[in-house]
Structure formats: C-alpha cells, structure tokens
Design a protein around this ligand. Structure first.
Ligand code: AGP
Length: 609
C-alpha cells in the first residue's frame, strides 16, 4: 500500500525521492506526488497514475531543494486523482504531509476543523492531519505532530515538513510501517528498505506511537509525550541487486525462478539430512514448552493463508496436534477460543499485514504464545511475536507472491516434522527418508522450470477463456486455491479453487466451453478419486489441464493438456505442483497484456484493514 519516502541532506531531493518511490512501486499505488522545501519556499507536484507521469511532469518544472517528501497513494478515501494524491497541505500551504494508513475518526475531526475555519480540498482522510498540525503549531513541528496525533485514531505512517523549519523532516507511525535510513550528512524516512538501500544499509525501525525528527546530521526519536527514546540502527544484510529484475521480464518471473535456491537455503539452514534432524531456530520455545500446547491456530491472509492450510494438513499428520486455520480478517470478529495452552502462528511474507497483526494481538491478549513465520526481518509482526521462524526467501517485489509461498510451505513441512519428532511420532529413519526426498526438491523444481515452454504454450492456448476452476485433493487442495488466486490477481480472469470432492455439490454446474479446469493430480492415495472427478468433467465436455507426476500415461486420454512434475512424496508435492500454477498464471497474464508486477487495485503489503 501507499509508499512514503522523505529526504533531508545536502543533495537535490527530487531525484532521490523519485528513485525511492520507484523502488516502492511494488507496494501498489494509483497516484504519486512530491513536496520539496527550497529555503522557506514549498513546491509541490502530484499526479494521478504512475510515477513515470509524475517524473515527466517534474522535468517540465524545476523543483529544487534538499529537503522533501514523496508518496505513492493507494486510494482508500476518494478516487485516484490529482487532488486526492499526497502530499496534502494545511490552509496556509506551510505544512506538507504524506500518509499511509487510515484516520478512522476523520469525519469527526474534519467537522470540528471546518467549524474552526479550516478549508479542505480533497476527499481524503489524510487531509485532516496537516490541518490538525497547523492548529497545534507553535514553532516546533514535532511538538505539533505529537498533539495532532493524540487526536487521530486509526493507523498511520507520516512524513511532514514545514516552511518555518526548512532543515527538518518529521515522521511518525502507528500501525503502518516506517523506517529511518541513517546516512552521513543525510537521513531518510521510508515505508520499506528498498527505497533507501542504495544510499544506506543502516536502518532504524520506528515503533508505534513514536515521532522522529531528522535533520541532515541528527536523528531524534520520542514518544507521543515527548519522552526521548534511544535506539541503535540495524544493518540490513540483503543487497539492492536482490530487489532488481536481473534480466527477467518481470519480478514475478525472477522470483518464480529463484524458488529452487530458496528451498535449498531453507534446507541448509534448518536440516541435517545425514542425522535426520530439523531445527526451527527462532521459535523461542523449548521442546518441553512446545509439548504443552493443546492446539495450534494458524492465521494469515491470501497466499500466506493457503500456506497455513498446508501447515494444518502436515502438522496434524506428523505431530497429531489439532490445528485450525483462520483468515486473519475474520479472526478477531468471531470470538475465537484460545488461551495460554494455544500456540498461535501468524504467517506473513511482509510482516506488515494489518489484519494478521490484529489477529496476532488478539491472540496475545487471550494469553496465547505467538510465533510468526515471516520473510521480513524487523517487520512489525516479527517484533510483536514471541518467536519468529524466518522463511529466507529474500526480498519479494512482485505483488503476486510466489517464492514467499513456497518458502512458507517448506517451513511448515519442516515445522511439522520437527513437532512430530519431538512428540516421538516420527522415527529417525522416517525423518531421514523424508529429508532425503526433500533435498531433491530444488533439483525437481529446476526440472519443471527447464520445461517451462510447455506451460507457456498451454497458457497461450487457454488465455482467452473467461473462467478457470482449480481442483485438487488432500495436501494439494490449498494449491488449488493458490493457483486460482494467482490467476485472478494478475490476469483478472475469474478463477476459483475447490476440493475436487466438492465438484458434485455445485461447481460442476459451471462446466462449459469458456471454462478451463486445472486438475492437480500428482501421485497420491487420492489419485484414483481425482481421476473420477476428471472423468466427470470430461463427460461434460470440460477442458482440462492436468498437473500430474512424471510417468503418468493413463491420464492423457481424459484431459486436453498434461503438464508433468517430477515424482515425490505426497507431503512434498505442493512444492512442485505450485510451479506450473504460478507459470500458468504468469504467462496467461502476459498473453493478456497485464501489468504482472503491479496488478490493478492490489498492494504488496496490505497495511490497512
Ligand atoms: C499474494 O499473491 C497476494 N498478493 C496476497 O494474497 C498476500 O499473500 C496477502 O496480502 C498476505 O500478505 P503477507 O504475506 O505479506 O501478510
């Protein structure tokens, strides 16, 4: 969602701000803007549409200055247009502010401010903030920001500047991410590390209800009462090149191809295959503590939720612990039953998803131990968890999650094996066998990627259809949901995933010539049942794309297209069957001319409810 970057230093702000915004493009947005101070003169430019448009407009006007803020907006209140784009001004134009989040009491605040004579130009919730700051401003920007924020309810990360203080950049956060980039003779504010990584690797993670005052040579952190906070910077380990396309047409494609390396990395970090051992470093719970939990609740959104569903199958299979998986956006609204005997697992690539964070807080409030499976070190979810199992996927930029998903699935497989091991349900020999097969997964993934041309051809063949259905059984059922989500996200084709056994209970009525059914049917005990489902669809003249194990020659006569994945144990198969699904979605979207990395209406990290 919205991206923020702020700069104070000795160089011209605009090129730094635009470059930073471009590196935040992946977050999803529909308009962009910038405000820069040149001495006491404020200049602002904002446009609906892509950053390219803003930067083309900037070429025609000279906006100079070494202090500035910039923003990409993902519309919540008011349509994406020039007026609603950020930065927003107060009545005098002395204050410029950008915001990520939602001010929930904006109507009430706006009504009060209007009574006091403030004039509003936009439909946004954000615009109340510069006006509130104007109201409280008495010569010190951070003091006014503190007073304003004490009146605002909801979530925010903000960056703000004032013409009276032309060397100061102020930021604050509550619920939405904000970091400080620590430079030499320059400092930065940003929503996420990629925006500033080419300038500095030293980052301070801002905590909720903290206010930051930056000059080019100083950083002051305080709470909303003005009490000073000391925090040391963290060194970011990954490189900016990891967040670049590296010769691939899209980030999504690059990230699909990175999956064998990601799985290899996870296995190297967490297993000793020879000894049949699995480590879950970071979980912060001893085996004795883990054995005391009565149940596990997994909560996540979107793709991470699908990984959680696979986690449920595997933990119940190997560790015999009851598991429940909840969509985070529903979790806290359904009076969940949990207490200190519950282990709550939050799954999130970004670690910033507002709903997952809220579910985690609800679980903590009820006394549960909270462990997160997360990809981004230092993110809010990791900071609020009692333990963190990192997924080691590296930065994921494409809005459609791919490598983060397989990393989450691989992590769940290992967690399930670990829990099964400490419960004494999995012997060393069985563990070794599974890990030996697991070790082959990166190679198998490479084999699928080497045959990607077949998937591309299949995508071309079916790209004009208006509807796709994905079916599977057992541990591959969540992949049916994931395949459908991938396709709808980036190609905008209607797609749904079902447990194949559900077909007769309704969805089979949809079979017709404009629909394709993707049947995920690798070698598994449910294979025969899948075959029956496939036959039933065929009998109704449905077009079927089957994803099956190598060597399966019997399926061909029942389906329109067959895609093969190498043979492996059923519990590991989702790591393979998902690759054709990702590539199918990718190539269909490309064939339809879609913006694969930044699909319409979507944001990479969903930081509002
Ligand atoms: C994945 O392709 C989606 N863009 C989306 O469903 C995503 O998985 C979801 O928003 C959760 O994000 P998180 O993993 O960062 O919490």
């Amino acid at each position: 969602m919205c991206g923020i970057i702020g700069y104070v230093g000795k160089d011209e702000a605009v090129p730094i701000l635009i470059k930073g915004l471009t590196r935040l493009e992946y977050r999803g947005y529909d308009s962009a803007g910038v405000a820069v101070l040149d001495g006491n003169v404020m200049r602002r430019l904002k446009t609906a549409g892509k950053i390219k448009r803003l930067s083309d407009c900037l070429k025609k006007t000279s906006i100079n200055g070494t202090l500035g803020i910039a923003h990409t907006r993902w519309a919540t209140h008011g349509i994406p247009n020039n007026i609603n784009a950020h930065p927003h001004y107060d009545c005098t134009g002395a204050i410029a502010l950008v915001h990520n989040g939602i001010i929930e009491n904006c109507d009430e605040l706006k009504a009060q401010l209007k009574k006091e004579g403030h004039k509003f130009l936009s439909e946004t919730d954000t615009e109340v903030l510069p006006h509130l700051i104007e109201k409280y401003y008495k010569g010190n920007l951070e003091a006014a920001v503190r007073r304003a924020l004490k009146n605002a309810h909801g979530s925010y990360a903000i960056a703000v500047i004032h013409t009276n203080e032309p060397d100061k950049l102020v930021g604050a956060k509550c619920g939405s991410p904000l970091i400080v980039g620590v430079g030499k003779g320059e400092n930065f504010l940003a929503s996420d590390c990629p925006a500033i990584l080419d300038k500095t690797r030293k980052v301070i993670f801002v905590e909720d209800r903290e206010v930051i005052a930056l000059t080019k040579d100083s950083i002051e952190i305080s709470d909303l009462n003005g009490k000073r906070v000391n925090r040391k910077p963290t060194a970011i380990e990954w490189d900016i090149s990891q967040a670049e396309k590296g010769g691939f047409a899209h980030f999504m494609l690059k990230e699909i191809y990175e999956q064998p390396r990601v799985i290899h990395k996870i296995l190297s970090a967490r297993t000793n295959v020879r000894k049949g051992q699995v480590k879950v470093d970071g979980i912060n719970l001893t085996p004795k503590q883990l054995l005391k939990f009565d149940n596990i609740i997994i909560s996540a959104c979107g793709t991470a939720y699908h990984a959680g569903l696979i986690g449920e199958y595997l933990i119940e299979k190997f560790a015999r612990i009851p598991v429940e998986v909840d969509v985070s956006s529903e979790f806290r609204y359904r009076s969940p039953i949990l207490d200190k005997r519950t282990l709550f697992i939050a799954v999130s690539q970004s670690g910033e998803t507002a709903d997952t964070l809220a579910a985690l807080r609800e679980a903590k409030k009820n006394g549960a131990k909270v462990v997160s499976i997360c990809n981004v070190a230092g993110s809010t979810i990791t900071r609020e968890s009692d333990g963190v199992i990192y997924t080691y996927a590296g930065p994921e930029i494409g809005v459609a999650s791919t490598k983060a998903y397989t990393a989450q699935v691989a992590t769940f497989i290992l967690l399930a094996l670990y829990l099964g091991g400490i419960k004494g349900l999995l012997g060393r020999r069985q563990m070794k066998n599974l890990l030996n097969e697991f070790e082959m997964i990166p190679e198998h993934m490479d084999e699928i990627l080497d045959e990607a041309e077949a998937i591309k051809n299949c995508a071309k063949k079916y790209s004009k259809l208006s509807c796709f259905m994905y079916i599977a059984r057992g541990v591959n059922f969540p992949n049916a949901l994931e395949g459908a989500l991938k396709l709808k996200e980036i190609s905008y084709i209607h797609a749904e995933g079902y447990g194949a056994g559900e077909m007769k209970h309704g969805p089979i009525a949809l079979i017709e010539e404009n629909m394709a059914v993707v049947a995920i049917a690798p070698q598994a005990p449910t294979y025969e049942k899948m075959l029956s489902n496939i036959r039933e669809i065929r009998a109704r003249e449905g077009k079927i794309i089957a994803i099956v194990s190598e060597g399966d020659s019997s399926i061909k006569k029942h389906v329109s297209t067959t895609l093969y994945v190498p043979k492996t144990q059923e519990v590991l198969s989702p790591l393979l069957t998902v690759l054709p699904l990702q590539l199918l979605a990718y190539h269909v979207a490309v064939a339809r001319g879609r913006d694969v990395d930044q699909p319409r209406n979507l944001a990479k990290s969903v930081t509002v409810e």
